[in-house]
Ligand binder design. Structure first.
Ligand code: FMN
Length: 155
């Protein structure tokens, strides 16, 4: 199954998980690059506001053509209990090309279930596999077992 991992990360947590999955599956990976400034406290507040209002952003053109893949694995940080704005934008722009979908998110501690539900509803699909990790899962290293299971379950 030709697989593409697509992710956005503001502070690196989601990057680390996306890279681990892509190495484990030996598959392509695409980082979504947002043209909006999201650094600092202003960027934080703006991002939370935009996510809660289901806003879209302006992202750089992706390098990989999604229509060439059988499985899309989407990774996003949880923003205000929802997917991040750059990932919403990517899904919006590629809605017609979305193949089989799996997803994951990283969070401070809450909003994982809602975010996975948010992705499913937005794309009108049921992700075949999904998981969420908190900051403490990442710090403790327990994320490794979660990813191993996710990769195994994908078959
Ligand atoms: C705008 C914004 C909103 C956030 N909202 C939540 C939230 O609702 N629940 C939560 O547990 N963490 C929340 N977080 C924390 C991030 O989800 C968490 O730190 C995540 O791992 C960051 O991923 P990244 O390093 O890939 O950007 C928020 C962070 C930002 C920047």
């Amino acid at each position: 199954m030709k697989t593409l991992v697509v992710y956005y990360s503001r502070t690196g947590n989601t990057t680390m998980i996306a890279e681990t999955i892509s190495e484990s599956l030996d598959c392509d990976i695409e980082e979504i690059v947002d043209k909006e400034k999201r650094g600092g406290i202003i960027g934080y507040l703006k991002s939370g506001y935009e996510a809660s209002r289901n806003k879209l952003s302006i992202i750089e053109d992706p390098k990989h053509d999604l229509s060439k893949y059988d499985l899309l694995i989407v990774g996003t940080p949880v923003w205000a209990g929802k997917m991040s704005v750059p990932i919403r934008t990517y899904l919006h722009q590629n809605m017609e090309k979305i193949p089989l979908l799996a997803c994951f998110c990283t969070a401070g501690g809450s909003g994982i279930e809602g975010t996975i539900k948010n992705i499913g509803e937005y794309t009108n699909t049921t992700p075949i596999e999904s998981f969420g990790l908190t900051s403490s899962d990442i710090k403790s290293g327990s994320y490794k077992a979660v990813i191993e299971k996710f990769v195994q379950d994908l078959g």
